[in-house]
Design a binder for this molecule. Sequence first.
Ligand code: G
Ligand code: G
Ligand code: NA
Length: 254
Amino acid sequence: HQELERIREALQYGELRLFYQPKVNLRTGQVVGLEALIRWQKDADTLLGPQDFLPIVEHSPLIVDIGEWVLRQAIDHAMQWREQGLDLIVSVNIAARHFQHPDFLAGLQRVLAEHPEMPPDRLELEILESTALDDVLTMRALMAECQRIGVRFALDDFGTGYSSLSYLKQLPADTLKIDRSFVRDMLDDQDDLALVEGVIGLAATFRKQVVAEGVETPEHGLLLMQLECDYAQGFGIARPMPAEQVAEWISSYR
Ligand code: G
Ligand code: G
Ligand code: NA
């Protein structure tokens, strides 16, 4: 497939880049971490988002190569920020096919071994709630093996899958990320508000941290604070930015 070959070249020629979106603690206002978001700089004026090219590679082995590149690049950036005195958790989105690949754990260990100064607990892997529910027993075992080396897990787009309470109890996730569609509409829609409140309550019950995604306005932030949500991420705080802008953005925040 020609498109797939073109994306393989993009990886080889260094056209893939990571942008980062900050995550802030709603109680302290501190920047606690960043989510790595992949982009394809196809030419000087064309920056493609993940939805423009990841679906093409999602079912090909190339997703594993891209996934390992993302992990390595994100850890490189995290190390650069650490050298500047910034202790941040870097979150990386992991595709289902990459996570379920038999070599995932070995690949993760290899990347971490290349960076012995990187504390594994400063790396968080985001997997979709729907992926985690695919085969709960297998996923639980995979997550537990990764946690044994110290990395954290977040369940992404939480609320869009069908997590039963018993599944949630079985999955060793550290963090729930409330899907941005619920956060976006919670000010106008009682059902979405109830869902946001419900996920925050679930997180408290299961002693997990909770992040609201898609926080676009101060009103969203204020309500989330009142609901005692731990963390927020969204355009209202910052848009995803190139790695080179992160340190300066953090120093000017607040
Ligand atoms: O950055 P943007 O909002 O366009 O991202 C859209 C979706 O693509 C998000 O749901 C995000 O989880 C996913 N995504 C972004 N970067 C990566 C990545 O490096 N790997 C994988 N597998 N998914 C990503
Ligand atoms: O959960 P997921 O990894 O899909 O979320 C990351 C994606 O969401 C990125 O593509 C990012 O650009 C997008 N995003 C981040 N904050 C906001 C926001 O406040 N509003 C909207 N509409 N999209 C956002
Ligand atoms: Na994500």
